[in-house]
Write a protein that binds this ligand. Sequence first.
Ligand code: NAP
Ligand code: HSE
Length: 327
Amino acid sequence: MRNADVRVGLLGFGTVGQGLVQGINLQSKEISRRIGAPLKIERALVQDVKKKRPVSLPELSTDARDILEDPEIDIVVEVMGGEHPAYAYVKQALEQRKQVVTANKLLLALHGLEFKALARLTGTGLLYEGSVLGGIPILRTIQRGLCGDRVEQIEGIFNGTTNFILSRMYDLGEDYLTALRLAQEAGYAEADPTMDVSGFDAACKLVILSRECFKVDVCLEDVTISGIEHLDKRQIAREKKLGRIPKLIARAKPQKAAIRVGVEWLPDTDLLSRVAGVQNALSLRTLIVGELFWRGPGAGGLATGGAVLADVMEAAERVLMERDETF
Ligand code: NAP
Ligand code: HSE
């Protein structure tokens, strides 16, 4: 084990940032052993340092320079959300050759191609496992496990908030606004929940996954998007009598015209109809392996924090390798 810490700066310390720290606290000795050096969260950027938080950190700051311009910080974890100022912060971190981890699907859907090019140019790492499907470790699986295969179809449930709302409306007859409030209280929803219920959040994830799976430059304009706002509990109750279960389904094929997010009414024989609550699911059809299916928690602090943690550990290994090369 090396003595020098690998130092991490967080941009944001809300649901996901705190979930990451909780995850590290649960496994701290083992994580440091696996990396080969102690992992230290140096400080986090927030809007309000006085806000009460269930998880604490010794140092919070409202000035992004305390993280971006601190030469001791090796890894920048962007978990603040939104396009701006996150865009400028991630760009600056990559330019300064810090390892970057982000869970921000909006930012990646809008600027991921530019960030990837910049990371290649500066020779630094850009990792984003937490940006799609919460705790399901799918990006590494696609990048490594399916590296020789060809994905022919993506289908799945990519938003935990809407699946939670639809499940409660279907199972309990709850109304839309009550279910949405519960999803917000659980930390599943985006800061602006319109992103979830309009289908836009699922579309961002579909863009990121389509790029990974099909190796094409898909963008948000290529996705036909509709959400769940138009559904009410009476319509759901009527369809339930006919054996039809509402799910917000994301679908894509390599042809750009076939990329869409919208409500589908599934029979109970469809595997996706049984994915309930905050769970997400992904079904891939590939040329060599065939049909694959994953299911797991799609949102929430610990689930997403676990995915971000895997990226932080990979970034830490790169930091240590670079240090070894310098000496
Ligand atoms: P959140 O709970 O709203 O936390 C955001 C954090 O960023 C807060 O600590 C906030 O500070 C800080 N922040 C926001 N804007 C800032 C600004 N302009 N300057 C300084 N600090 C700022 O959000 P979250 O749920 O953790 O989500 C973070 C990111 O992860 C988003 O991109 C989201 O899409 C993604 N994500 C979330 C989940 C999930 O289940 N929640 C799952 C996967 C991915 P204060 O605390 O002081 O307000
Ligand atoms: N708001 C998102 C969801 C968070 O509900 O799926 C996880 O990306």
